[in-house]
Design a binder for this molecule. Sequence first.
Ligand code: FUL
Length: 651
Amino acid sequence: MRLFNKQQLLILAAILLSTGSYAQHPDHTLNPGHTSDITGAPEPYGALPTARQLKWQETEMYCIIHFTPTTFQNKEWGYGDADPAIFNPKKFNALQIVNAAKSGGFKGIVYVAKHHDGFALWPTKTAAYNISESPWKDGKGDMVREFQQAAKQTGMKFGVYCSPWDRNNPAYGTPAYLTIYRNQLQELYTNYGELFMSWHDGANGGDGSYGGKNEKRKVDQSNYYDWLNTWEITRKLQPNASIFSDIGLDVRWVGNEKGIAPETSWSTITLKGNEGKPPMPGFLEDSNLGSGTRGGEQWIPIEGDVSLRPGWFYHAEQDGQVKTVAELFNIYCKSVGHGGALDLGLSPTTEGILHPKDVNTLAEFGKLLKQVFAHNLAKEAKITLSNIRNKQAGSFGAANLTDASRYSYWATDDAVHSAWAQLDFKRPAKFSIVQLRENIKLGQRIDSVTVEVFKNHKWELLAKATSIGANRIIRLPEPQSSAKIRIHVYAPVAIALSEIGLYLEPELKPMSAQNSDVAYSKTNWKASVSTPSAHTQLELKNSIDNNKSTFFETKSSNYIDLDFGKSLTFSAVGYLPGQDGTATGAIEKYELFSSTDGKKWQKIASGEFSNIKANPILQRITLAAKTTARYLRLQNSEDGLLRIAELEVYK
Ligand code: FUL
């Protein structure tokens, strides 16, 4: 079997010859050279985005699509042992999916070409476990191609996610796998046109089938994938693709799967424990992933990734939990509106299309975005500036602030580090959103801003914000009407603010998505553990008090028992891990038992709560058959702290 043609071999040889130290990544430290296009422009400040990152910043919104055999298994992580025969969508339509994303205002898609289960959705030459083994299109299909073409047809950007962790590949964990993985990337980089993103995640190593061995394989993430040299391949073959990972070369993870960046989130970051060196996933202390670092060494902004549904894959039982337009808008304001991007997960059904509810929600969200940002009220104002750089030249004045251009800007003299823009309206303007942008070609310069309105003959503080960057959305708790608004900006250097936007958001129904499961009331339930003297009833109650923010935790027992007080018939069980965002004590592998007398126990389910660490949402165990019992035991198959925010039993 021939793996590469001659041209591909030449490229590969060039890559191998050039791989070496990070110092050979010229573009990363590259000053994009677009800073002095206007005479008298301020000197750039701190770390700067590359030309590639500027394009990524402009993209702002894209979707990641999970559609693999795991969809057909109704799981979140495939184990690597699914029979390819199950992958056979009857109504697959990439255009339906990509068009739905487009209607939501998204500008690109990232397709999961291979997830952790190792099944390649393109006919790769690198591994037998791929789409050609499936009955779909008689084994002649190529899902990556389908999505690439749909993206092309709709004018959307295209990117791929190829999971480094591969629970199928027998070579996983050995050096041979790295070559296989690199060859997979090489195929994806050479056969599917220009990519805007190469997405790599950090969930690596653990249980898997690994060619029928069914074992645990741990890898040392800090060197196993040799990321810097692996990403050289990306740079050579797809120079315009932004590299995402927990800490990617271009884009960093926001640190949660809610898509939400902290209030202060700098686009620059100093990688703790790795100062002065390039990013390397799995290698560093990542406590500042969300916040970044003021004046940090590198420009690596956040991507907020979150799924439209609770999970990344489609589960029919989550049809009632599609995020609402209000929820999506909130996420948008805290991802795109905190200087980064929103990466929204879409989950086609086993038919190979999006559920109508998802399609409608996306369309409604797109409409809302258009409606909110259709008209910048600031355009109607007379804008006075406390200082203008090089005033006579006229290049840095107020007109730049409302021209919808990210790179024309108001600048102050070098010595002026605190300045204001005052907006005067003929009639009071009603607004609920203040949007600000810096000209990030000159770096992230601004420390903070205040927004004031003139009321009762004086200036009153309305809002404050830090970390402006490419985009900062300040959402007010309620609409304001005012004819005089002042935005005061503070920076350690001359200010370079490119946009001021004032918008009015319509009233949104805050309706939160509904879980379609019918849960039993927990009024007379009792919880207990194997070490009764170690915990009080009050502590145990936290696991069944209907309060998500309290939790029960134990180090001494690896299970928790529930006594319902009477016999119940149930079809599913819910486990909510602690909700403090840390995933401390979250169960990853479980066993579930039932009993009619509290003495003799019968195992009714076992498995893994996939992805619970990154996405600690309510986990649902669907039973193979309805069970009638008075007692239930949830057991952690692994040692360690056990933390339970809530347990549910569904009819
Ligand atoms: C994570 C994965 O473990 C999830 O399954 C999902 O693919 C998400 C987008 O990235 O790290």
